[in-house]
Structure formats: structure tokens, C-alpha cells
Design a protein around this ligand. Structure first.
Ligand code: IMP
Ligand code: MG
Length: 180
């Protein structure tokens, strides 16, 4: 039996089970715990999508760290738009800090680029990114992706914080848009 969910007008089929996601996030946490053990990084959570990944990752971090949140928006429905909007800006002083951006997904990389440009003038010490999912076929930047739980095909996905018009973030598994 195919495991599927319907959200608004679209059907999605199960793509990555929750247990696999947990295991992959644990591996990312292990890496960060090792590489930041002598630091006190700031984890920059991009609202809303990254909140679920951020919680899952944070529970597994044993290092000293803080979090800060920003809210950007570049998607409308299942289509990326060219425009990244700053809905909630940076409130934290990042001078001299090691910063890790937390993302639910890196698609074209537009949001990532916007974040890098926004963070450059803060005088932070170093910047990396950790993402739950990454679509290499859609990615347009040369910037490295330091920590990634899953590389996925260039298809629309929901669940674990990822949404379709605001819905589906609460699904414990990741689902892929069904094309019939
Ligand atoms: P980018 O700026 O093109 O890299 O897109 C990043 C943002 O687009 C993410 O933070 C998501 O909010 C959204 N996004 C991209 N692909 C998907 C997807 O497959 N499902 C849900 N949201 C997506
Ligand atoms: Mg989104």
C-alpha cells in the first residue's frame, strides 16, 4: 500500500520515513558536536520551516550554544519566487561569533545567498550552514553546504517543517509531490 497524504489540491507520497530522518540528523549533530566542542556557536534558525529540524538537532547537541531566529520568505505555493523578503530581521549581536544557519531545505540557494549578504556586515567569526534537505539539481550557488542530512531530487516535498502553502509542517515523515 502506498502511504500518501492530501494537502489542499495535491497528493504527496511518503518519501523519507521519520526514523531515517532522526538517524541522519543524529549524524549531523555528531559532526557539529565534534567540530564546535571548543566554541560557543549561535544557531540561526530560519523561520518557519527550520523550526522542526532545529528542535530535532538541538536536542542532540551537547556543546554550549545559543539560538537566534530570522524569518525570510521566497516561496509561494510550490514555486520559488525571485524575491526573498525579510519578515523578521536579525536581533542578535554576532560579532566574533561562529554562526551556523539552520535550514529545512536548500533549493535554488537564493535564501542562503540573502542570509550570507545579511550576515556579512555583522563581523561574525565564521559562517556555516546545516540543512535537513538539499536539492543539488536546483542549487545555483558556489557557496559550500557544510552539513546536510539528505540530498534529494528536484521535486517538491513536505513534512518535518516543510510546507505546502503553510500546511504539512507537522508531518513526522517527508512526503514528495505525486506527479500523475
Ligand atoms: P531557495 O531560496 O530557493 O533555496 O529556497 C529555500 C526556501 O524555499 C526554503 O526555506 C523553503 O521555504 C522553500 N522550499 C524550497 N523547496 C521546497 C520544497 O520542496 N518544499 C517546501 N518548501 C520548499
Ligand atoms: Mg517554506
Amino acid at each position: 500500500m502506498m502511504d500518501s497524504v492530501t494537502i489542499l489540491d495535491k497528493t504527496f507520497v511518503k518519501f523519507i520515513p521519520g526514523e531515517e530522518i532522526d538517524a541522519a540528523i543524529q549524524k549531523v549533530a555528531d559532526q557539529i558536536n565534534e567540530e564546535y566542542k571548543n566554541d560557543d556557536p549561535v544557531l540561526l534558525v530560519t523561520l518557519n520551516g527550520a523550526i522542526v529540524f532545529a528542535v530535532d538537532l538541538l536536542k542532540r547537541l551537547t556543546i554550549q550554544c545559543r539560538i537566534s531566529c530570522v524569518k525570510l520568505s521566497s516561496y509561494s505555493g510550490t514555486q520559488s519566487t525571485n524575491h526573498v523578503k525579510n519578515l523578521i530581521g536579525l536581533t542578535e549581536d554576532l560579532r566574533g561569533k561562529r554562526v551556523i544557519i539552520l535550514e529545512d531545505i536548500i533549493d535554488t540557494g537564493r535564501t542562503y545567498k540573502h542570509l550570507v549578504e545579511m550576515l556579512e556586515p555583522t563581523g561574525l567569526k565564521d559562517l556555516r550552514i546545516a540543512t535537513m534537505t538539499y536539492k543539488p539539481e536546483a542549487y545555483m550557488l558556489d557557496l559550500p553546504i557544510h552539513y546536510c542530512a539528505f540530498s534529494i531530487p528536484n521535486k517538491f516535498v513536505v513534512g518535518r517543517g516543510l510546507d505546502y502553502d503553510g500546511y504539512g509542517r507537522n508531518l513526522p515523515d517527508i512526503y514528495q509531490l505525486k506527479i500523475d
